[in-house]
Design a protein around this ligand. Structure first.
Ligand code: GRF
Length: 219
């Protein structure tokens, strides 16, 4: 089976991008990264792409009059690179509704909480403030509903009583680095299916993986 071509969108340091690049560097990994796109020229992650010899494009959002025209430029770059699946990895732009419609069910994101708890920004502080005992990371499909698309896989970590947002973020980030390549592999293996639920959003099923196989526990 041909390797699935992924495009990774970043805005910053790119530690998740790095773990995806490392995973895809293995010859038996079913995904290759065809393009990295950053909306910020100073994004640290761009150097990771360069080191792995993966093409990278900088498309500054400020160069565009509105969200949709930026989204269309990003989409055109992804299409030109033959991308089949888009992975958001610390991409700090909200899409217009055009982009998730164009790439429906082909956009993945990693979010540093156990969704649907703690959406949006500063989610580690949200978890601490709520007194959550457990938090973690979620890989989900991206829809028009911010941080609300179908869940693909989750990794859980404990929240310690003395945690700060930074210590919790570091623990979650380690879990993210295990989770994202795992979920990406399932897409490359074409195991990911969407199951319609009448009157409710679609649910993700991973063929050949028990539901518990899509949960990691990282104490
Ligand atoms: C990660 O915590 C990710 O979950 C969130 O943004 C952060 C990106 O970090 N969406 P990095 O750029 O991958 O290091």
């Amino acid at each position: 089976m041909a390797r699935l071509k992924a495009g990774v969108l970043i805005s910053g340091r790119g530690s998740n991008l790095l773990t995806l690049l490392e995973a895809c560097a293995a010859t038996d990994f079913p995904v290759e990264i065809a393009l990295v796109v950053s909306n910020r020229p100073e994004a640290g992650g761009l150097s990771h792409a360069q080191r792995f010899g993966v093409p990278a494009a900088v498309i500054p959002h400020r160069d565009f009059p509105d969200r949709e025209s930026f989204d269309r430029a990003v989409s055109a770059a992804l299409e030109a690179a033959g991308v089949e699946l888009v992975c958001l990895a610390g991409f700090m732009r909200i899409f217009s509704s055009w982009f998730p419609a164009r790439w429906a069910n082909r956009i993945l994101n990693i979010h540093p909480s156990l969704l649907p708890a703690f959406k949006g920004l500063h989610v580690q502080q949200q978890a601490i403030d709520a007194g959550a005992r457990v938090s973690g990371a979620t890989v989900h499909l991206v829809t028009d509903d911010l941080d609300g698309g179908p869940i693909v896989a989750q990794a859980a970590v404990p929240v310690h009583p003395d945690d700060t947002a930074d210590t919790l973020a570091a623990r979650i980030l380690k879990a993210e680095h295990a989770l994202y390549p795992l979920a990406l592999r399932w897409f490359g293996e074409r195991r990911v299916r969407l199951v319609p639920q009448p009157g409710k959003p679609d649910r993700v099923v991973i063929d050949g993986i028990a539901p518990s196989g899509a949960i990691l526990w990282r104490p």
